[in-house]
Design a protein around this ligand. Structure first.
Ligand SMILES: *Cc1c(COP(=O)(O)O)cnc(C)c1O
Length: 388
């Protein structure tokens, strides 16, 4: 018998925790606070625009870089941060942020290169680095006295070697809900400039930032415009995670590089959805403000409920997620609890350690998603109260 068919570098990535958890949630009819997708639709105007495009003949291959009206809308949208991009040479539409990240890594890194990844990390990062054949160097966030997970600047500095080519930066951060401060971003920028690193920035939660926190794109810091690949997507902003319309904004050289890889992965996707996302970026940001404030309330609602159920709740400044420490309830490993939860009380959640290379350091944390209807959150909390 031959070796297993799958190449060794992809063997760690055969199943995702989301598929397993969702299957378990379905089996036990559990409230799914595991996977981060909203259970309500995006703005009606955007859905209408998609319908019109679908029935209006926009059903063939869009141009390789994306529909011009979408690239123009993305350029206008990025002006909110004071950054200017040429829609023709500096913007590329992708099959979600996931393809953008993967194509960027394939285009910009290769065997022998190291990519710094901050843990806990979105699960596609490790697989994408492996697909590129590069090596990931993992540096953890560090928990402060207030429970916030912050950037380990010294750790990052120590992780850079002459082979380091790029760093993957996700803020607002999934799963911790951290939004990097200007001071944190300044040290990141200084590191990138000093060591000539490319920053690949995953900003899919750019609009989902709470309280007085602010999303500051790393690209706006001194020296970063020539070396930053900024990536975002419509899914989290407009409650359309199934559409998979994402984009890359960067220099002409870096965009051309990402496009070289992207055009032979999917070439293009989501033709009739592209004009709808263009409409949404231009006209639906007031709707997004409403989404943001409703998510802020849901964060408070779920956080209070989880505290009530006995968890030690960590602060979250953005995204869909809140992390809790399971130790006050007498558990040591959140993964054991996550496997038990659907059968025992009928709730699904995701252990944070699956997003890390150092599971022991993160094993006490469990991630819950609050991008759900209030009745779903309340039912989840009611069930979790039975744990004590
Ligand atoms: C959801 C998510 C993505 C995926 O975005 P798509 O546009 O659906 O590909 C990427 N990064 C993070 C951190 C996410 O939470």
């Amino acid at each position: 018998m031959r070796e297993p068919a799958l190449v060794p570098r992809l063997r760690p990535f055969t199943s995702t925790i989301f598929a397993e958890m969702t299957a378990l949630a379905v089996k036990h009819d559990a409230v799914n606070l595991g996977q981060g997708f909203p259970d309500t639709d995006g703005p009606a105007g955007m859905l209408e625009a998609a319908k019109n495009a679908l029935f209006g003949g926009a059903n063939q291959y869009p141009p390789g870089p994306g529909r011009p009206e979408l690239r123009a809308a993305i350029a206008r949208h990025r002006q909110r941060y004071g950054t200017e991009y040429d829609p023709d040479t500096e913007i590329l539409v992708t099959a979600g942020a996931t393809e953008a990240i993967t194509a960027a890594l394939i285009a910009l890194t290769e065997p022998g290169d190291e990519v710094i990844v901050i843990e806990p990390y979105y699960d596609s990062y490790a697989a994408a680095v492996a697909m590129a054949g590069a090596e990931r160097k993992v540096v953890g966030l560090v928990e402060g006295e207030d429970g916030r997970f912050g950037l380990d600047v010294e750790g990052l500095r120590a992780a850079v070697t002459p082979r380091t080519r790029a760093i993957l930066v996700n803020s607002p951060h999934n799963p911790t809900g951290t939004v990097f401060t200007r001071a944190e971003l300044e040290s990141l920028a200084a590191l990138c400039v000093e060591h000539d690193l490319i920053a690949i920035c995953d900003e899919v939660y750019e609009h989902l930032v709470f309280d007085d926190n602010e999303h500051i794109p790393l690209v706006t810091l001194p020296g970063m415009r020539p070396r930053t690949v900024s990536i975002s997507s419509a899914g989290k902003t407009f409650n359309c995670t199934g559409w998979k319309i994402g984009w890359v904004c960067s220099t002409p050289e870096l965009v051309a590089a990402v496009k070289a890889a992207k055009q032979f992965i999917t070439f293009v996707s989501g033709g009739p959805l592209q004009p709808a996302v263009a409409h949404a970026l231009d006209h639906e940001l007031a709707w997004v403000d409403g989404l943001r404030s409703s998510l802020e309330e849901k964060r408070d609602r779920l956080s209070a409920g989880l505290a009530d159920a006995g968890f030690a709740v960590r602060p979250t400044a953005g995204t869909y997620f809140v992390c809790v420490d399971v130790r006050p309830l007498g558990f040591t490993d959140a993964a054991d609890l996550a496997w038990e939860l659907p059968g025992r009380v009928g709730v699904a959640a995701v252990p944070v350690k699956v997003f890390t290379d150092h599971p022991d350091e993160w094993k006490h944390l469990l991630r819950f998603a609050f991008c759900k209807r209030n009745d779903v959150i309340d039912e989840g909390v009611t069930r979790l109260r039975k744990l004590v």
